[in-house]
Design a protein around this ligand. Structure first.
Ligand SMILES: *Cc1c(COP(=O)(O)O)cnc(C)c1O
Length: 386
């Protein structure tokens, strides 16, 4: 059974494999004994290997151990968890915050807490798989609207039964396209039609907005959207996730979100590392400035070489290819020229939209980017893309 199914995947160029690195994440890594430029990490600000962040994780481990010992509601809540939650609420200007073990499990827990099987969920077609799984788990009626299509959202809101409990779900910054949701308009629709809005800002956290508070800050809607979630494993360089919002809402999640209640508390080191990363984001705008300068250099270089990119406004620069087979061939050529970016294929993205999802970080140098652009050009020619 397994072999047949794997064979079917291989025939569609959809086999996935884990691709171990032999060094820590960074602008340049060791892979299969070779030096390659890494252009697929979500460690946008290089904080996973920042000295202060590592130091915070080590100190927390020495002081509190490697594991938390139990679920948060038993005896697993330690000072690093509480300190992180206080800092997050402070950073985001909300009353409270709650840490989860990962973004995936946060969405699996939070969405069913927000809405039950009598409710209606409207979700963007390109929202993250963890949001879709959370929506399914809630048992609510689940409708998908066309990507960023407000008229579609409104028509679905108009058609629903009167007073039906409704939740609108979207990414803030879309992980596979690098574009952002129309949050001001979604917030007004939510208000007008008495629906809730749940934004997942996993990728926006730390990089979007003038001070890195995320896509809500960028679009000036922090006051219009009372709660949202984000993760600690991307720009914050650690692991885990958070929800920020009013105190009542956080208390409600503590009492109802099953993926918060029935799991061992995240390791103290992850919480302490995320807290240290947050402090760096608040004190050191230089990394964000370098990130956006690098993004500009790479984006313009790819455009000049004739690559077809999505409507991205972020350091996520997806090159649209189409077939899974062609995307794989392009990724292989890139690797041969010293750049590592795996192909993204269905079911992560819709059929026939396979792509090379390029991400750049603050830690790449101009030389790294120019070297990568040469590799893109050679690989593009070798595969007939440009
Ligand atoms: C990465 C991601 C997640 C999952 O977060 P993890 O902490 O990696 O589990 C959830 N939502 C979005 C939009 C993401 O990009």
């Amino acid at each position: 059974m397994f072999r047949t199914r794997l064979h079917q995947l291989a025939e569609q160029s959809l086999t996935r494999t884990v691709n171990p690195l032999e060094s820590s994440t960074g602008p340049v890594v060791q892979r299969l004994g070779r030096r390659v430029i890494l252009l697929c990490s979500n460690d946008y600000l290089g904080l996973a290997t920042h000295h202060d962040v590592i130091h915070a994780a080590i100190c927390a481990t020495e002081r509190y151990g490697v594991g938390s010992g139990a679920a948060r509601l038993i005896c697993g809540t330690l000072p690093p968890h509480e300190n992180l939650e206080t800092s997050l609420a402070n950073f985001k200007g909300t009353e409270a915050a709650l840490m989860f073990g990962s973004g995936y499990v946060a969405n699996l827990g939070v969405i069913p807490s927000l809405i039950g099987h009598n409710g209606l969920i409207l979700a963007d077609r390109l929202c993250h798989a963890s949001l879709i799984d959370g929506c399914r788990l809630s048992g609510a009626d689940f409708r998908v609207f066309r990507h960023r299509d407000l008229a579609h959202v409104e028509s679905l809101l108009k058609r629903r039964a009167a007073n039906r409990h409704t939740l609108i779900v979207t990414d803030g910054l879309f992980s596979m396209d690098g574009d952002i949701a129309p949050l001001p308009e979604l917030a007004s629709l939510a208000k007008q039609y008495d629906a809730m809005l749940y934004v997942d800002d996993a990728h926006g956290t730390g990089i979007m907005g003038p001070t890195g508070r995320g896509t809500l800050e960028q679009l000036g809607v922090e006051h219009e959207i009372p709660f949202h979630m984000g993760t600690l494993g991307k720009a914050l360089g650690s692991s885990g996730a958070y929800v920020v919002g009013p105190r009542d809402m956080i208390q409600y999640l503590i009492n109802t979100a099953r993926s918060f209640i029935f799991t061992t508390a995240p390791p103290p080191s992850s919480a302490a590392a995320a807290n240290a990363a947050l402090a760096i984001i608040r004190q050191d705008p230089e990394r964000r400035i370098r990130l956006w300068a690098n993004r500009h250099r790479l984006f313009t270089g790819l455009q000049q070489r004739g690559f077809r990119l999505t409507d991205t406004v972020s350091p996520i620069l997806p090159i649209l290819i189409g077939s899974a087979e062609q995307a794989l061939a392009f990724a292989e050529q890139l690797l041969a020229h010293g750049v590592y970016v795996p192909a993204i294929r269905p079911p992560t993205v819709p059929d026939d939209t396979s792509r090379i999802r390029v991400t750049v970080t603050s830690e790449h140098t101009a030389d790294h980017i120019d070297e990568a652009l040469k590799a893109f050009e050679l690989a593009g020619r070798a595969t007939g893309l440009v």
